[in-house]
Ligand binder design. Structure first.
Ligand code: PLP
Length: 394
């Protein structure tokens, strides 16, 4: 008997039994406010393309122009021959936007987190990580081999105590999502900055969901608190509000130099593809010009949606950001709810453990700046009907 196969089958059936089985659905159009899935046109309420830029003509247009001149792939690591002019140009813009002297691109936001954390902490060091941090932060912590202290979500008092008690470590890092991906709330960065000063630690903020979305000119969550200078490293992604693909870290020159020389995901991967860098370049420019309008649009939709859902009896939080979590609790119930939504023309899959803590399965609703008032009205009608059909509300 093939033991490995038996083991795999066991894992899969256990996943199925717990209603945690995952599969992919085929999207047949670009990531706009409405998409086509399996031949059906549905309202798209689960994308991180918060500003709608992945389908913006200027974003696609600049990517096309770069493809004409440079092709698609870079063909090598940035340290060999995969370092193209567009990379440097984009890094300059990202660094200036984030108020840092340098930025460094990675092939994805996931790799940026893993690459930064594992380069800045190692054996003999301590990392203090929020319990709800993204999986890429968790994996970066594991890879670093540092001692990891997980503090209760956003509990800065507890973190203060943990930092006081943890002595004898060479370097200490505090790492947090800037905007928590599954709940949409902003991390208490003002207090985290105080703690990093008090305990001589460094602060890394993963602003995957804050970049282009919150703060002055969309500069992200540190800018909401006016602490851009105090955050040591900002990690970000090009794959959400910037509508492209890729990740980055912004920091002081010496830290970026250290990443270039020691960060394995940077050194041992091919330079970011040309159209991805070019698309992000266009997106940064659009955000610089139009942030006010884009922000007003997502805020209007997010707050109307949240208030409407709460009024119907849903447990809906958020709205500081375009993320509006609708907590259901049980994974099976969340799956049923999502299926009822889809039947009625809304696409928003169930998010279940381990992406969220046990007992907090949810529909993670996200709005885009390109959703209209009619779209939000339709969403509220459908949530009301589907919520009743699934037994989530009465
Ligand atoms: N950090 C957070 C908080 C995220 O939600 C994600 C994306 O899912 C990432 C990092 C990874 O970014 P990317 O999708 O660009 O790999």
């Amino acid at each position: 008997m093939n033991l490995k196969q038996t083991g795999d089958t066991g894992v899969l059936s256990s996943i199925r039994e717990k209603a945690l089985y995952r599969s992919m659905r085929n999207v047949e159009t670009g990531a706009g406010p409405w998409i086509c899935i399996e031949g059906r046109r549905v309202l798209h309420l689960c994308s991180n393309n918060y500003l709608g830029l992945s389908v913006h003509p200027r974003v696609a247009g600049l990517a096309e122009r770069y493809i004409e001149n440079f092709g698609v792939g870079t063909g090598a690591s940035r340290l060999i021959s995969g370092n193209f002019t567009v990379h440097g140009l984009l890094e300059e813009r990202l660094a200036a936007w984030k108020g840092k002297s340098k930025a460094l691109l990675f092939p994805s936001g996931y790799m940026a987190n893993v690459g930064v954390i594992s380069a800045l902490a190692g054996e003999g060091d301590a990392i203090f990580s929020d319990r709800l941090n993204h999986a890429s932060i968790v994996d970066g912590c594991r890879l670093s081999r540092a001692k990891v202290f997980v503090y209760p979500h956003a509990d800065t008092e507890c973190l203060d105590e943990m930092l006081s008690r943890a002595s004898g470590f060479r370097r200490r890092l505090i790492v947090t999502d800037g905007v928590f991906s599954m709940d949409g709330e902003i991390a208490p960065l003002g207090r985290l900055v105080e703690l990093k000063g008090k305990h001589s630690a460094r602060l890394i903020v993963d602003d995957a969901h804050g970049t282009g979305v919150v703060g002055e000119r969309g500069a992200g969550s540190p800018s909401v608190f006016g602490v851009e200078d105090e955050v040591d490293v900002v990690v970000g992604t090009l794959s959400k509000a910037l509508g492209s693909q890729g990740g980055f870290a912004a920091a002081d020159g010496e830290t970026v130099e250290l990443l270039v020389n020691t960060s394995r995901p940077f050194i041992y991967s091919t330079g970011l593809a040309v159209p991805c860098a070019a698309a992000a370049l266009a997106a940064v420019e659009i955000i610089r010009e139009e942030f006010g309008t884009l922000e007003r649009a997502w805020r209007r939709s997010a707050s109307r949606l949240r208030l409407g859902l709460r009024a119907m009896g849903f447990n809906a939080g958020g709205a500081e950001t375009p993320i509006v979590p609708v907590i259901v609790g049980d994974s099976r119930a969340a799956l049923t709810f999502s299926a009822e939504l889809f039947r009625r023309g809304v696409y928003a899959p169930a998010i279940r453990p381990p992406s969220v803590p046990d007992g907090t399965a949810r529909i993670r609703v996200t709005v885009m700046a390109s959703h209209t008032g009619d779209d939000v009205g339709f969403a509220l009608d459908v949530f009301g009907e589907a919520g009743k059909a699934a037994g989530v509300i009465r």
